[in-house]
Write a protein that binds this ligand. Structure first.
Ligand code: C5P
Length: 227
């Protein structure tokens, strides 16, 4: 299991400060829409300058027509990040086209599919998809696997089932982790390290329990020794 730290602080300076503080660990860093829109590619270069071994997950959740998604995926691959994500609900053709386009790269980033956003409840989900969250999460995972993606973003509680339906090597990246039972914040279905491990999660994403702590370095170290 690998640790992916969400750089969700409100300013670039604070994110950089956090990255410097935890630069000596073997970790992934998650750069999301807000930071990327504000701080761009230069931010990613700066993170790499802090530690060239940092692995970057660019969490932009692409959703568009297939050709536009493939164009965007190509540009993301050129930035040199190690992982990014797209929406499975953009469709099989879009996923296939993205993976086809990335074949031209000698070393391509890992590509994950977002299955169902965790902000949906059953009712609001059904309004759009006319199906249950569980059915669609499973179907989107199978579609992503068949299209040759490397894995999915899902809840810890779906991870095991998704691996059964696809492959044990199909990556599951799971947010909503409270490593040692910390405050949930706005997350609803949270899990600790032990549950994440039992459910075969490959990557855990942790934000607030690290950056809100008075000693982020100590928390990261404690998580890593318990992975
Ligand atoms: O602070 P916390 O540990 O809850 O942060 C989790 C991170 O994972 C945030 O960046 C959040 O946007 C992201 N995320 C999530 N649930 C998803 C997808 C992404 O919490 N389904």
């Amino acid at each position: 299991m690998k640790l992916c730290v969400a750089l969700d602080l409100p300013t670039k300076d604070e994110n950089i400060k956090l990255a410097r503080n935890i630069k000596d660990f073997d970790i992934w860093l998650k750069v999301g829409l807000r930071s990327y829109i504000r701080d761009g590619k230069e931010f990613i270069q700066e993170l790499k300058e802090i530690n060239s071994n940092f692995n970057i997950f660019l969490d932009l959740k692409l959703y568009d027509i297939p050709n536009t998604m493939a164009d965007a995926a190509e540009e993301i691959a050129k930035i040199g990040v190690e992982m990014f994500n797209i929406h499975a609900s953009a469709g099989k053709e879009a996923m296939n086209m993205v993976m086809q386009r990335l074949k031209t790269f000698e070393k391509r980033p890992l590509v994950l599919a977002v299955t169902v956003l965790t902000s949906f409840d059953e009712k609001s989900f059904k309004y759009i998809y006319n199906d249950s969250i569980e059915n669609k999460a499973n179907q989107f995972s199978i579609d992503a696997y068949k299209a040759g993606l490397d894995g999915v973003v899902c809840s810890v509680f779906e991870s095991k089932k998704i691996k059964e339906l696809t492959s044990k090597d199909f990556i599951t990246l799971t947010p909503g982790i409270r490593p040692f039972g910390e405050d949930k914040g706005d997350q609803k279905r949270v899990a600790d390290l032990k549950i994440a491990k039992e459910n075969l999660s490959d990557f855990i994403v942790v934000g607030r329990p690290i950056y809100k702590s008075s000693n982020p370095k100590e928390i990261v170290e404690k998580i890593l020794t318990n992975l």
